[in-house]
Structures are given as C-alpha cells and as structure tokens.
Design a binder for this molecule. Structure first.
Ligand code: SAH
Length: 280
C-alpha cells in the first residue's frame, strides 16, 4: 500500500490523554512513547518552522543553521540528490543529539559516540541510506517515505530526519538508556507521527505494518523474518547486514514488487554496531 499522498491523520488516536508527562510525551503499558499529533507538514514547511525561534548552544556560536548548510553542501557535493533528504539535514539540529562536549564536531562527517557503546552514524552514511529509501517504488510514487520503520533509535537523530521525510515513523530501540535519551531529545520538536518504542526491533512492529520504508541502524548476521513480513508491496528495506561473499558488512537493499517477489541487492561496504536480540 501507501503510495497515497500525505494526509493529516489522528495519531495516536486519543492517546495523548494517556499518562501525561512533563515532556509532553506519554507512555503506554507496552513502553511505547506516544506523542501528541502535530499537523502534517511537508518537509520544506517543517524546515522553515523548525529553523526559526530555537536558541542556539554557545559551543556552536549564534548560527548553527549556517554550519548545517555547509554540511548539506558537502552532502550535495558527495552526490546526495534527494532534495527532501538535504532539506531534512538542513533542519535537524544534530548537535542537540550528542553530548555537549561533542557538539562542536556534530556537523563533521564523522560517527560520534552516543553512550552505552553505541554510535550515531556519520551524516554521509545516513544520507545515503535515506536516499536509497527514496528509490523504493512507493516512495518514488509518493515523493516521501510513507510509513517508516526504523530499527535502532539510538539518540533519535535519524528518527527526526525520517519524521521529516516520511508520513509516519515507528522507531524501536532495545537499550532503555538510549530509548530514554531519544525520548528526551525528541520531546517538543513538533515532529509529526513519530512513535518511539522500547523493545527488540528484530520483531518489527506488526500493529503498524506494513511499512513502505524499513531502515536498520544496526547490522546483523541474518535478516529478521518479521522485517520482510512487514514490508509493504512497493516497499523498500535498507539494512546493514553480514555479507558472506564480502566477508564483512554490506548494505542490503530489498524491494517487494507488486507480484510479491523480493529483489535483493548488496551495495556499499559499511560498518554498523551489531544488531542484538532482546531488550536490555
Ligand atoms: N539511528 C541512530 C543510530 C543508533 S546506533 C541514531 O540516529 O542515533 C544503532 C542502535 O541500534 C543502537 O542504539 C543499538 O542499541 C540499537 N539496536 C541494536 N540492536 C537492536 C534491536 N534488536 N532492536 C532495537 N535496537 C537495536
């Protein structure tokens, strides 16, 4: 499904009444963080809104938007062509997702530690994966990533980008400490239809399936069956995975075509943190 154009949806259905918290987030018994619905916006509108009226941290001077623009220029020069992706990178304040001591490096093309032995991927790799998702059949037809599943929320940076280029996002994190950090980082950002879940992302998220776009931020030995089951017709999955022929990790891209056939391609060599089982 889901080549349909974006439409405002009531999400999560009335659940902003559940256990209201100071941050504006609410938590369901299943550990899901449920955010109040914000009006649906196109990436450009969201960008304009979010680029204004936020205070800047001292470490980056008065204008982190300019530093972000330079990062975007580098991404463009490196071959990133999808305007919505570039716009999202120009919008989301990466320095807010890392430790303040690392904020100064936030717009370099480098992976950074986010705690609990995990890392935020470097911008060029994230941009590459999001651009690949845009080549999925449903995404091409819709001009956005549709329903998105992210495995490995980490600090929430990529989830924020996805929320700007997708129609709805479910993001799953298995480490409680990082899940909590992401909730904090993403609170009050006005991102639409973004649902954070604490749990094992290997299981996907059946209640919101099927997904037009599935992206993993951690690399496993084998592809979890649930991801394929939850991939929409016309959907695309991009995940780092062990590639036996390569003898290391590669980016695996899987498309589900109209006839239900799955098409697999191995692309770039990559190096992601391991995909682990169970929540911790
Ligand atoms: N997209 C993240 C990158 C996080 S690094 C960001 O922008 O910050 C990858 C994350 O995947 C880590 O936080 C790790 O804990 C998580 N992870 C690994 N295996 C997982 C699993 N089975 N389910 C959910 N998250 C998992």
């Amino acid at each position: 499904m889901s080549a349909a154009p974006p439409r405002p949806s009531r999400f999560p259905l009335g659940l902003d009444r559940v256990h209201g918290r100071a941050s504006g987030a609410a938590r369901s018994p299943a550990g899901e963080v449920l955010r109040p619905q914000a009006p649906l916006q196109h990436a450009a509108q969201a960008a304009a809104q979010q680029a204004t009226g936020r205070h800047q941290p001292s470490g980056l001077g008065m204008d982190s938007a300019a530093v972000r623009q330079r990062m975007v220029q580098r991404l463009r020069a490196d071959g990133v062509r999808v305007e919505a992706v570039l716009q999202a990178f120009a919008t989301v304040e990466r320095h807010r997702f890392v430790d303040s001591a690392l904020a100064i490096q936030a717009y370099e093309d480098t992976a950074l530690p986010i705690g609990l032995s995990q890392t935020i991927s470097k911008p060029s790799v994230v941009a590459r994966m999001l651009s690949l998702l845009f080549e999925g059949q449903n995404a091409r037809a819709a001009g956005h990533l549709g329903r998105v599943l992210e495995i490995g929320t980490g600090c929430g940076y990529q989830a924020a980008l996805l929320a700007l280029v997708g129609r709805s996002v479910v993001s799953i994190e298995r480490l409680r400490g990082l899940y909590d950090k992401a909730v904090e980082n993403l609170a009050g950002q006005g991102l639409r239809d973004l649902r954070l879940i604490y749990g094992d992302g290997r299981l996907g998220h059946a209640p919101r399936a099927p997904f037009d776009s599935i992206v993993a931020a951690a690399g496993g030995e084998d592809l979890p069956e649930a991801w394929l089951e939850q991939l929409a017709v016309g959907g695309r999955l991009v995940a780092p995975m062990h590639d036996a022929r390569r003898g290391g990790q590669g980016l695996l891209v899987i498309d589900r075509h109209g006839d239900g056939q799955l098409q697999r391609q191995w692309l770039d060599a990559v190096h992601f943190v391991p995909l682990k089982s169970g929540a911790a």
